[in-house]
Design a protein around this ligand. Structure first.
Ligand code: FES
Length: 104
């Protein structure tokens, strides 16, 4: 699946991210800035906060744990997710996320 990342500096980057990897993995492995992912993807830091602009229906609903963490994420909105919890699958075609500038 393709993932487009709109970064805080105004640039956008579209990458192929393999199924089974998360939106966070795709960013970190390609050295994009903005998704800090301090906890390495274990849903405990919220520094991988993104807004899902398009294509989010292919992801599982947030767990209670994710919802709790998002309450503390700065600038959280209804379309906020933790990108380490957004696992790509065949159901995903093109996902677009905006990375806020508040991830630390
Ligand atoms: Fe820490 Fe996602 S990487 S919550």
């Amino acid at each position: 699946p393709k993932v487009t990342y709109a970064l805080p500096d105004g640039t956008t980057h579209t990458l192929d991210v393999p199924c089974g990897q998360s939106v966070m993995d795709g960013s970190v492995r390609n050295n994009l800035p903005g998704i800090v992912a301090e906890c390495g993807g274990s849903c405990s830091c919220a520094t991988c906060h993104v807004f899902v602009d398009e294509g989010g229906a292919c992801f599982d609903e947030p767990t209670d744990e994710e919802r709790d963490l998002l309450e503390y994420a700065e600038g959280a909105r209804p379309d906020s997710r933790l990108s380490c919890q957004l696992i790509l699958s065949d159901a995903c075609e093109h996902v677009r996320v905006t990375v806020p500038d508040t991830n630390g």
